[in-house]
Design a protein around this ligand. Structure first.
Ligand SMILES: Nc1nc2c(c(=O)[nH]1)N[C@H]1C(S)=C(S)[C@@H](COP(=O)(O)OP(=O)(O)OC[C@H]3O[C@@H](n4cnc5c(=O)[nH]c(N)nc54)[C@H](O)[C@@H]3O)O[C@H]1N2
Ligand SMILES: Nc1nc2c(c(=O)[nH]1)N[C@H]1C(S)=C(S)[C@@H](COP(=O)(O)OP(=O)(O)OC[C@H]3O[C@@H](n4cnc5c(=O)[nH]c(N)nc54)[C@H](O)[C@@H]3O)O[C@H]1N2
Ligand code: SF4
Ligand SMILES: [Mo]
Length: 738
């Protein structure tokens, strides 16, 4: 039996320990600065990096004040992700570096006076402990029993360590909690996933349809810029959202849909495009499979039928379909990014993919372009050992089209009572705040308490660190090297991240940690270099550049090897089993799923309850920025958006404090302020995700606002690929005494 791991909030003892350690850092910091300053001349130089405040990864340059302190960041003009302009979060990224609450020394869970707390330890002790625990797990249960939960650059380095050690159980929330269903939906339809950044030719589009996708609040930089340019050039935006989003305010048409009914609208649009003869006949004839089945399938899905379900007037459904068709092929239904909503998300993604096919926008200007990315070989290392089992074995025969590992099945496989065939016994968690990121917190906690070993790599004392046996403090993206950025875009390109400032305290880059632990595990031949610059230089030389060159330019663009667009009349090869765009999915059919997307009714809120929906604010990223001094200055808590009709029934006004209680009786930890607004439908309430932190070590974020994740206890699973639909939860109000 594993001893129960208390969530370490922070005891007086812990605080003392940390304070002591913090003094140590001050002296260390001074030391570090001198050492570093003898290298680059901070005042007169600028260094390239790419942003880690979100995963758009904009390339940037550092800037310094007269004392040589890192002062600001500016976008790299050559970078197509940002075109020289960072978003507010990217600019505020400096706040991640300066945050005085940062983790600055390794911490070990110890018991003192009967209470569990963290004790600062040295890196030598920390890497010894990691190697010892990893060695024990390997011996007792096999290396596969160790899983890595990761998000972001640090995960790459720990991923390499894990594979060298013998486990391929590596998972990120960007799949089953984010874009997984979209990737599967597009793969089924076009034989290709979309990736990031999405290859959408928004700058040249004439009509952009946003289903949820709240660009402008979702600040994916290049995409927001392109949307704004397209609007300036006269493009029409159609926004489908139960909330009057920023995007809705820029739109020609706002369709305030009843949540959970989008599929009906999409089917009705398909109906209009086909039955009003508005689709791209040449594209459909040459390049698609299953048009007749699709036509038959949607014959009854008229706008009148959809009206009864979506509350969107038939006339508006027709007008918007005609607008798309008139602009086609320079028209795009945005495939979405965070699409894990209602469990039928792969199918809803398929429906958007089908509309895009009917608009004939694949490989067309103003549609979906052919992106290209650089490929660079890995730095030479021995082959990885072959694991005896992998993440696929945690699916237990479910979710046949999962293309990547699912955090949720790792969680299930970590709970011995579930009798998993393959038990996960240890976690390394790097760059993901699981208690706020995963739905169904109770199951997460059970799993976190069941594993024998839990290491957390983070920059901040986030909630996840409270579950750790050991905490490894990573320096921020502004203080380290990382892998090269090789994202696809119109032209292939590569971007460098190098340190823009010395690491604070004893924080270290993930590459350093992985190497130090690897060496203690006897895996030194997988880390055959002294500094990560050797890896980068070797890789860059394979593509005719060098580390030295990249430190001067930050990003390098290479010539395209294929064209951005296809000719209008060309027959395009698609990597599906029919070689065509599969309007009718032969693969879904063969697996026993609906080959064409169908409308399924979802549960609606019971009386006195409202659907909980959530999204982004332009100045924050998930939970990672809610303690950032620069960004909390702009917004330091979230509000509960409530429609005036509902506010009246409950006698609520702006600024009133309420807690929320969900359908399972879960009550939010902290009261949050009401915002009464016509911008949300009466059947839903809205909040920005990432607030309501209960970790006291986050001095600015603690207790501010409400945490949506705690209230997401009902998870709507996507049977096809295992995504966790998170919008099937309903809340009511608990009014706090004034
Ligand atoms: N500022 C900022 N930008 C970010 C991020 C961030 O943290 N901060 N995160 C990035 C990441 S990783 C992702 S995945 C994306 C996520 O951003 P998107 O993919 O744009 O998110 P959506 O799921 O579309 O959810 C938000 C919108 O969906 C609406 N909505 C809720 N329910 C329904 C419904 O049933 N139907 C319809 N049509 N709409 C509904 C909400 O009102 C809200 O406006 O944002 C990215 N950009
Ligand atoms: N309820 C709810 N859940 C959601 C979403 C939602 O909207 N609502 N959105 C979903 C989506 S779309 C996504 S993509 C995921 C995002 O999920 P996560 O990426 O887990 O989101 P964050 O809350 O930002 O947690 C990031 C963690 O990484 C740490 N960190 C930041 N920088 C670094 C670094 O350089 N190195 C290391 N080692 N750690 C670092 C932060 O301190 C924080 O602990 O969440 C998903 N879950
Ligand atoms: S969109 Fe903003 S936060 Fe995201 S990488 Fe770019 S600058 Fe950073
Ligand atoms: Mo995401």
């Amino acid at each position: 039996m594993t001893r129960r791991r208390d969530f370490i909030k922070i005891s007086a003892l812990g605080l003392g320990g940390l304070a002591l350690a913090y003094n140590d850092y001050q002296s260390l910091k001074a030391l570090d600065v001198t050492r570093f300053a003898s290298g680059p001349d901070w005042v007169n130089k600028t260094f390239p990096t790419y942003c880690e405040v979100c995963f758009w990864k904009c390339a940037a340059w550092s800037q310094y004040d007269e004392q040589g302190n890192l002062k600001s960041l500016r976008g790299n003009e050559q970078d197509p992700h940002c075109n020289g302009r960072l978003c507010p979060r990217g600019t505020g990224g400096i706040g991640m570096y300066t945050d005085e609450d940062r983790l600055l020394t390794p911490l070990l869970r110890v018991e003192e006076n009967g209470e569990q707390t963290f004790k600062p330890i040295s890196w030598d002790e920390a890497t010894d402990y990691m190697a010892q625990k990893m060695g024990e797990l390997k011996e007792k249960y096999g290396p596969e029993s160790l899983a890595l939960f990761n998000h972001g650059s640090s995960g790459k380095h720990f991923g390499h360590l894990l594979k060298a050690y013998g486990s391929s159980n590596i998972v990120a929330p960007s799949y089953a909690q984010c874009r997984g269903p979209r990737e599967v939906g597009y793969k089924l339809t076009y034989g290709k996933t979309l990736g990031s950044p999405e290859p959408l030719d928004i700058r040249d589009t004439r009509c952009l349809v946003l289903i949820g996708s709240h660009l402008g609040e979702n600040m994916h930089n290049g995409q927001v810029q392109e949307m704004s340019d397209a609007i300036d050039k006269g493009a029409d935006i159609i926004t489908v959202d139960p909330r009057y989003s920023t995007a809705a305010s820029k739109s020609k048409y706002w369709l305030p849909i009843k949540p959970a009914t989008d599929m009906a609208l999409l089917l009705a649009w398909i109906h209009v495009l086909i039955y009003e003869d508005l689709y791209d006949k040449s594209f459909v004839e040459k390049n698609t499979y299953g048009f007749e089945q699709l036509k038959h399938h949607v014959r009854r899905h008229s706008p009148e039928w959809a009206y009864g379900i979506t509350t969107i007037k038939p006339d508006l459904i027709r007008k918007t379909a005609r607008l798309m068709a008139a602009a086609a092929p320079a028209a795009i239904v945005h495939p979405g990014r965070h699409v894990t909503w209602y469990g039928d998300d792969t199918q809803r993604s398929r429906a958007t993919a089908i509309i895009n096919a009917l608009l004939g926008n694949w490989g067309k200007r103003g549609g979906i372009f052919n992106s290209e990315k650089m490929s660079i070989p890995d730095y030479p290392h021995p082959p990885y050992p072959k694991p005896k089992w992998s993440w696929r074995d945690t699916l237990n025969g479910k979710y046949p089209l999962a293309g990547l590992a699912l955090s949720n099945t790792f969680i299930e496989a970590s709970i011995p009572e579930n009798n998993p065939e393959h038990l996960i016994k240890g976690w390394i968690v790097s760059g993901t705040n699981l208690p706020l990121t995963l739905p169904d917190k109770a199951t997460f906690e059970k799993a976190a308490n069941s594993v024998e070993f839990l290491a957390v790599v983070d920059t901040m004392p986030m909630e996840i660190t409270g579950y750790a046996d050991i905490v490894l403090p990573e320096c921020t993206y502004l203080e380290r090297h990382d892998d090269l950025r090789l994202s696809p875009h119109r032209e292939p390109n590569v971007a460098l991240r190098m340190p823009c400032a010395p690491p604070k305290g004893e924080s270290k880059p993930a590459w350093w940690m992985a190497k130090a632990i690897g060496e203690k595990l006897g895996l030194g031949n997988y880390f055959d270099y002294k500094e990560f610059t050797e890896v980068l230089d070797w890789q860059l030389r394979q593509i005719g550049s060098s580390y030295d060159e990249m430190t001067r330019i930050g990003i390098k663009t290479y010539p395209k090897t294929s064209s951005l667009y296809y000719d209008k009349e060309s027959t395009i090869p698609f990597n599906t089993s029919t070689g065509k765009v599969e309007l009718y999915s032969t693969e879904l059919k063969s697996l026993g799923f609906d080959p064409l997307p169908i409308y399924k009714e979802h549960q609606q809120p019971p009386e006195n309850f409202y659907r909980l929906i959530y999204g982004r604010a332009p100045m924050h990223t998930f939970s990672r920025t809610s303690n950032n001094a620069y960004l909390t200055d702009l917004m330091d808590e979230n509000n509960i958006w409530i429609n005036p009709k509902v506010a009246k029934i409950w006698n609520l006004k702006n600024g009133d404090l309420i807690k929320l209680k969900n359908q399972d009786g879960i009550v939010s930890d902290f009261p949050a302020k009401v915002r009464v607004t016509e911008r949300i439908r009466w059947d839903s309430i809205y909040m920005v995700h990432g607030f309501g932190h209960r970790e006291k070590r986050l001095s600015r974020a603690y207790g501010k606002g409400a945490n949506d994740s705690d209230l997401i206890t009902n998870v709507l699973m996507d049977d096809i690929m295992g995504g966790t639909g998170m919008r099937g939860n309903f809340v009511t109000f608990i009014i706090e005494p004034a």
